[in-house]
Write a protein that binds this ligand. Sequence first.
Ligand SMILES: [Zn+2]
Length: 419
Amino acid sequence: MTLARSHPYLCHVVPKDKSPSSTGYSPSFTDSIDSPNVIPSGPREQTSASSQLTRLSSSSSKRNEVKVVACFGYHPWFVHRYTLHDTPPDKSTHYRSLFLSHKPTTTQKQLLDTLLPYLPDPIPFRPLLNGVRANIERCLKNGKLVMLGEVGLDGQARLRWPSEARHLYVEKSSMEGVWNDLKDQTKSGGNDETRRGQDDDEEWKRLTPFKTVLSHQRAILDAQLELAVELGINVSLHSVAAPGPTAEALLALKKKHGKHFTHRVNVDLHSAGGWSPSFWTQTAKNLPNLYASPSILITGRSISAPDLIRSISPDKLLVESDSHDVRLSGQLVWAACVWIASCRSWRLEGSTPPTTGVRGKEQNTGSKWGSETGKESENKERENDRTVDPTEPYETDGDEVWTVRQLERNWRRFMKLDE
Ligand SMILES: [Zn+2]
């Protein structure tokens, strides 16, 4: 096992959307379930929480300590449940404003009317935001690392068909017209058919065509971002199919708060949000506090991802798994490191020297992180230690950058750990 491979120093962990804890952070995230592009609708699914798992290394006595950074916030998949009115409107008014605001079809109107009894009453968001504030302030008071997140915008997420209305899905599916209209929209990445047989014992997962209007998502996001600026904490930002609106939200915050935002609050666009390389470059120019953490599972879906990785400033790259399964975190973070190293032509700790004629440092010095061709015993000793000290200067061979240490230094800068 290489040293770097055993060193999952940062991964983004997705929330469990079935049994949220009252604190918004569940330590049982190891068995969390993620449903990309699905807005849960059940009453058990009212909060979102995510966590950043990191194994930090430093020269302090806390060396090699595993730390979890709690994150508090409301994810865009859930925000249809909340109203910004202190006195909630009735269900019909609320959901119509969220789901039927843009040229709804007759079928969609009928479907919403049908499902309305099974949707939860809207909940005022202000008290929930106060809860987020209280959680964050408690962490800060106790000297714990804390972030806002995941929060963000999602242009693709669709309301999950309420499990209590499961019988209606079956009935509707036999109705010509309704089914024809819905069947394309209820596919979930082609997985529905394969899931169909599994769902008897698992959580009901079907989608409606309803997406929460972006203006509502933005209002919920803005309220939470204001809190991050006020409290000076970082943000884990979800952005799917919404690069323009996401950038607008961040730039509006910069316009309003200036350096109070850009120099106090770092923002991680997790999995790089599916942004195009050119859009990233253009936006990052104006937002010096914007980082991105590519992942194999999500970022890797895009054909332009390698170009995106190359377009991100080396000091703004983070890395994540973006997997619900924490058991895969080490492998996925390592895979992302390998990928980033490949895209950027960076050296990779623990790997054999490139064969492109560039001489690896371990060949003449017995690199601390290199293959076991040099000082084997020293390497093994350090492998057992399983840490990389990011406070050490980068080991470079000419202009080469060592991936793990570069990413870890970025993480420390992002989290302001050395300030
Ligand atoms: Zn996300």
